[in-house]
Design a protein around this ligand. Sequence first.
Ligand code: GAR
Length: 203
Amino acid sequence: MTVKTAVLVSGGGTNLQAMLDAKKAGTMPHVDFTLVVASRADAFALERAKKASIGTAVLRKEKTEAPEAYGERLLELLRAHGIELVVLAGFLTILPENVVRAYDHRMINIHPSLIPAFCGEGFYGLRVHEAALARGVKVTGATVHFVNEIADGGEILAQQPVAVRPGDTPEVLQRRVMEEAEWILLPRTVEAVAAKMTEDRTA
Ligand code: GAR
C-alpha cells in the first residue's frame, strides 16, 4: 500500500531528486509520488519531475491574492489528485492556515539548520548558511519536521548534524549540509511517515 504524495518546490529540486532516486532504488516503498507543485514556472525541479514521469503543476501566489484564497487553490489541486501527504522540499511560499490545518501531521518540511537555530521567517536557502557562518557555529545540519502554523515550529521528526569547516563559504556549507544531511534525512523520514500512515489505515 502506498500514500499519494505531493512534493512542493520552488527551485533546483535536489531534495526532490534525492527522493526520486530513493524511490527508484526501492527504499521508499510506501510513497507514491503523484504530483510535483512548483511556486514558479522556471523551477528546475519541474524538469526533474517530468523526467521521472510525475505530474506537475505551477501554482503562483499572485501579489494581490489573499493568502487563504491561494491556499484554497492549492487545496483544490491537492484534493483533485487525492493527495494524502505533502512534502515541502525547498518550497518558499509561506502556506496559509487553511492548508496547514487540512494537512495537520501530513505535511513535512526540510530546513537546512538544526532547529531552533537559524529558522523562522526570513531564514531560507543560502541565508540560513550565511547566518550560521556569521554566528560562527562549529556545527550546523538539517531538520525534517511536521508543518504547523508557526514558521519552522512544528514537531521535529529527524535531525542530522554537519560540521562547519574553516574557510567555508555559504555555498560550500550549503552543499555539505545537502550531501551529508538533507538528501539522506528527507527520503528516510518521508518513507517512515508514509509507512506509519499505511499502518494506521489498516489498524
Ligand atoms: C534546501 O537546502 C532546503 O533545505 C531549503 O532550500 C533548499 C532547496 O534546495 N529550504 C529552506 O530553506 C526552507 N526554509 P533544493 O531545491 O535543491 O531541494
